[in-house]
Design a protein around this ligand. Structure first.
Ligand SMILES: C[S@@+](CC[C@H](N)C(=O)[O-])C[C@H]1O[C@@H](n2cnc3c(N)ncnc32)[C@H](O)[C@@H]1O
Length: 291
């Protein structure tokens, strides 16, 4: 029996650039490493930070998440389920799991993987109709995409009394210099919103050091693959297609200078690395309980 998919086409959807980024990550991961996790992985200190170890780190991360589902939980809503990897592991451990996925591409992957187990709601969490309650809501690297102004009120409607929310994601902190990557709610703003809500923080662990190694791999891939390819293309265009290249570069600089400078800093300056991530982000595992 196929997994039941319920479509809630709302007014808003997840951003297009986010969707494209996730699809590219999924295509590369699947082809090169046979992994379809869409998160940073959990890198124990003794696991060498090498590309071939990424699937192992990602498996460890999923296990780490599952190990932090509070005792007594039976039903889980996996919000922003990616390809359904965490949901599959949770189902295998005996939980009842439903999923929320705004992406039709990722929903198809999840449905194929979960093959009839649970329900998949295709919409953003902000527009999920309040029909069913759960013991636990899981946000694995998806909380950063959810609207912080409305999320706590929304969470309450999906939880059974005493229910909990498990969040594993990175948050922004003030750091020196500029961050080479966007994303993440400001940590102090999140803490303020939490203090105003009906939720209590019952567990927290800072796992920045265990997740940042992923950025070392990203940096290596950019330096050893993306930058050499970019330089080869520029060399070819500037020597053999000057009539096309020079005006193209002139107009690109004229109209998109700031955007190009930002792209250059983010992807080609070598700053998208583990150290920069640790300067500007905190990757947290948080368990909140409805008080
Ligand atoms: C980085 S991926 C993480 C996927 C998965 N949880 C994992 O750990 O591999 C982010 C996920 O959040 C989903 N997402 C983005 N915006 C969302 C929203 N507003 N509501 C629910 N899910 C969202 C994406 O479609 C994607 O599945």
């Amino acid at each position: 029996m196929p997994l039941k998919k319920i479509l809630f086409p709302g007014k808003r959807s997840a951003s297009n650039s986010q969707e494209i980024g996730l699809r590219i990550a999924n295509i590369f991961g699947k082809y090169l490493l046979k992994t379809d996790h869409l998160h940073y992985g959990y890198w124990p200190a003794d696991l060498p930070v090498e590309l071939e170890n990424l699937p192992k780190a990602q498996d460890l991360y999923s296990q780490y998440l599952c190990n932090h589902i509070p005792e007594g939980v039976k039903t889980i809503l996996d919000v922003g389920c990616g390809t359904g990897h965490n949901a599959e592991l949770l189902l295998d451990r005996g939980y009842e799991v439903d999923c929320v996925s705004p992406s039709s591409y990722l929903s198809e992957k999840t449905m194929a993987k979960l093959a009839g187990r649970g329900q998949l709601y295709q919409c953003i969490f902000e527009e999920l109709p309040e029909k069913k309650k759960y013991d636990c809501l899981l946000f694995s690297e998806s909380f950063q995409y959810i609207d912080l102004d409305t999320v706590f009120a929304k969470l309450e409607h999906f939880l059974n009394p005493g229910g909990s929310v498990v969040i594993a994601d990175f948050f922004r902190i003030p750091g020196e210099g500029s961050s080479a990557m966007g994303g993440g709610h400001r940590l102090t703003r999140f803490q303020d919103k939490l203090a105003e809500s009906k939720f209590k923080l019952t567990f927290e662990e800072d796992i920045t050091d265990r997740t940042a190694p992923n950025l070392q791999l990203v940096n290596e891939a950019l330096n050893q693959v993306a930058i050499p390819i970019r330089d080869l293309v520029i060399e070819e265009l500037s020597t053999h297609h000057r009539a096309l290249y020079l005006p193209g570069r002139f107009f690109a600089k004229l109209f998109f200078r700031r955007k190009l400078e930002k792209l250059e800093y983010k992807y080609f300056s070598g700053s998208r690395n583990a150290e920069n991530f640790k300067q500007h982000k905190r990757y947290m595992l948080l368990v909140l309980t409805l008080g």
